[in-house]
Design a protein around this ligand. Structure first.
Ligand code: GDP
Length: 252
């Protein structure tokens, strides 16, 4: 089983000053609303309802933290998470691009997202979730450009790849690589940006995303943590979180 399956709800924050004082590496998931971020988090953590599908704008206006480690058995047990034993945090950022959100609220959240990705030292990497049918919208590009100067990695996940045929998948992956490769620093050196195709529905790219995320927060390194894996044995069948298919009601 993947270590990401140990994810547990940790905390939710509304303001930067309330960010947890934890020092472990965190990896943040960002994306336009409806890009498939909650579905991806739920599939990767093998938990149906960890990240909420963001149908109501109000519900998405929080930064939700999920912890990996610090809980001795899987998600079913109610025992408290031991904060000192947390190894990494997954951070679900509010989806951006909601047409319904008012100007002031939009600005508040845009600023918060920008400040968070630019200043949070514990942030090891960003996962940018984009619909494979329309990646790199203006807001995605803004997110990328806010984060690029930190020099930290960005892994782009192109969701709903099941909506594309093989040719389209190959093309969008190539175009996305070209876009990412076009970012270079003053010395002409590229940034640590990667991209992959993903489909929760057809289970495309799940292992690739899982391995990448674990690598980016150092969860791929063995340690005593593996005891936890053993204790949770027998629970290693995927939950088949069976995502609903896209109803194509994207506001975009
Ligand atoms: P979020 O707003 O980024 O958290 O997006 P959601 O995870 O709520 O997904 C938005 C919509 O896309 C929902 O209707 C999902 O069922 C759908 N969706 C998510 N992942 C996939 C996928 O891999 N394939 C298809 N076809 N639809 C998906």
């Amino acid at each position: 089983m993947s270590r990401l399956w140990q994810a547990r709800f940790f905390t939710t924050v509304n303001q930067l000053r309330d960010l947890p004082g934890t020092q472990v590496p965190e990896i943040a998931f960002a994306g336009r609303s409806n890009a498939g971020k909650s579905t991806a988090i739920n599939i990767l953590t093998n938990q149906k309802g960890l990240a909420f599908a963001s149908k109501t704008p109000g519900r998405t206006q929080h930064i939700n933290y999920f912890s990996i480690g610090g809980a001795h058995v899987g998600q079913h047990r109610k025992d408290p998470t031991i904060v000192d034993e947390i190894r990494a945090l997954l951070v679900d950022l509010p989806g951006y691009g909601y047409a319904e959100v008012s100007g002031t609220a939009k600005l508040h959240w845009q600023k918060l997202l920008g400040d968070y990705v630019q200043r949070r030292e514990q942030l090891a990497a960003l996962v940018l979730i984009m619909d494979s049918r329309r990646p790199f919208t203006d807001l995605d590009t803004q997110m990328l450009e806010w984060f690029a100067p930190t020099g930290k990695p960005i892994h782009c996940i192109l969701t709903k790849a099941d909506k594309l045929n093989r040719n389209e998948q190959t093309n969008i992956l190539r175009q996305s690589r070209q876009i990412l490769d076009s970012y270079v620093d003053e010395e002409g050196v590229g940034f640590p940006f990667t991209v992959q195709l993903f489909s929760a529905l057809k289970r495309i790219g799940i292992e690739e995303a899982d391995a990448k995320i674990q690598e980016l927060v150092g969860l791929d390194i063995e340690d005593e943590f593996d005891e936890t894996d053993e204790q949770a044995e027998g629970d290693d069948q995927p939950d088949e979180a069976a995502p609903r298919t896209d109803d194509d009601s994207d506001p975009a």
